[in-house]
Design a protein around this ligand. Structure first.
Ligand code: ZN
Length: 405
């Protein structure tokens, strides 16, 4: 009898046998570094973190990650607790590998001839087709195929399924995760500046930000199905009290609350550090009688996060320290290696300082990254590219026990 009692007590103490539902609930309340420690405990706890039920949950506001390609570690700060972290790179840091950008919780990295996407916390890596297979519109000058902007489409469990890039030259590239070549679309009169996926369509904005072309890609190729243009280009030029030739313009595309927005950032290039002076935001209205770009006066409950050529949109409920209806943008001052986060209020069109501490800002070239782990998934796409099958995902994650230092 005594023995039996002891056995029961032992079983009760075995935390790996804790019901998954409870573990999932616990996990949802943890910050990302705590989740990393949590999944290192045992397989059951790992499952609780990567299971489908835990998905769609963004536990933290975006982190800020630096692009120091000479370091063996990524430097990152969590904006939730303002804590800095060093995360070891799961590749040889001497191969000139740098971050091209971040999309939906994944980083895209480029080394000499390779491109891959990486989940920073699980270190799950997915290789993309080699750069030499990027689309080309004739000529083969060094560097013109270099991707400068990218975006990721995801399955219902938020795992990557497709990637689109814009190259330095303005070409558009697209591939499914697992493809061996880039598939592109380009004609001589279209040069793109940015891309976004939404509603099983790929949106690509031209360099002047006045026209957005829309593509379908479900048959394995890109097919243009429409385009939306501005009917009043003058409306796109903000009053900056300096001539447009002294203005640098960056153009972004992002899905925000069920619409695709063209966001433009205007910086004064006569000043040192080219300070950002203004933003304009237009919605792609493709379903009205005259499809057009319509000026946006409010982001409602959303927040935009902008850095370099990257943009993310989140619901304010996931970001308690940030204010809704604002664009948070990172300014990086190359000469002084300093970075700061400022905010643009969409309602009153003014720029303000933020409380984010600039002294521990990771540099150089910091970007926003939505913190998340990959999730188990048996959707059609994830099954044909098997990284997210429960068994494979667990195997890969168990190999990387200490992810966040
Ligand atoms: Zn999936």
């Amino acid at each position: 009898m005594e023995n039996h009692m002891e056995e029961v007590a032992l079983q009760l103490r075995d935390w790996s046998k804790m019901p998954t539902e409870i573990l999932e609930q616990v996990c949802k309340r943890l910050t990302i570094p705590d989740q990393a420690a949590f999944i290192a405990v045992c397989k059951t706890w790992l499952s609780a973190n990567t299971s489908k039920k835990a998905s769609h949950w963004i536990p933290d506001a975006p982190w800020i990650v630096s692009n120091n390609y000479t370091s063996a570690q990524f430097q990152a700060i969590s904006t939730t607790n303002n804590q800095a972290y060093n995360i070891y790179k799961p590749f040889n840091p001497l191969r000139n590998t740098y971050i091209l950008g971040s999309s939906k919780g994944w980083l895209i990295l480029k080394s000499d001839q390779n491109l891959f996407i990486l989940n920073l916390f699980s270190k799950l890596r997915l290789d993309l087709p080699p750069l030499r297979t990027t689309p080309c519109s004739g000529g083969d000058c060094f560097g013109i195929h270099k991707p400068i902007v990218f975006t990721i489409d995801t399955c219902p469990n938020m795992n990557p399924t497709s990637v689109a890039v814009v190259t330095y030259k303005g070409d558009l590239g697209w591939c499914k995760v697992g493809d061996t070549t880039w598939k592109g679309y380009h004609t001589n009169d279209e040069f793109y500046s940015n891309v976004a996926f939404y509603d099983n369509k790929l949106y690509a904005v031209e360099r002047d930000g006045l026209k957005v072309n829309i593509f379908k890609y479900d048959q394995g190729v890109l097919i243009k199905i429409g385009s939306v243009e501005s009917t009043n280009p003058n409306e796109h030029i903000p009053d900056l009290s300096i001539p447009m030739c002294f203005i640098n313009m960056s153009v972004y595309l992002v899905e925000c609350g069920g619409k695709v927005f063209v966001v433009k950032r205007f910086s004064d290039n006569t000043k040192r550090n080219t300070p950002t002076r203004n933003f304009t935001i237009f919605a792609v209205e493709e379903n009205c009688t005259t499809p057009q770009l319509v000026k946006v006066e409010s982001l409602d409950d959303h927040i935009l996060f902008v850095a370099g050529l990257n943009i993310e949109c989140l619901d304010a409920k996931y970001c308690p320290k940030f204010q809704r209806d604002n664009v948070y943008f990172i300014c990086y001052y190359e000469k002084s290696h300093r970075a700061e986060v400022k905010m643009f209020s969409v309602a009153d069109r003014t720029i303000h300082k933020t409380l984010l501490n600039s002294t521990n800002m990771p540099t150089p070239s910091p970007i926003w990254m939505i913190p998340r782990f990959p999730f188990e998934c048996v959707c059609e796409v994830c099954t044909s590219a098997p990284w997210f099958r429960p068994r494979e995902l667990k195997k890969r994650l168990m190999l990387r026990k200490t992810n966040v230092a």
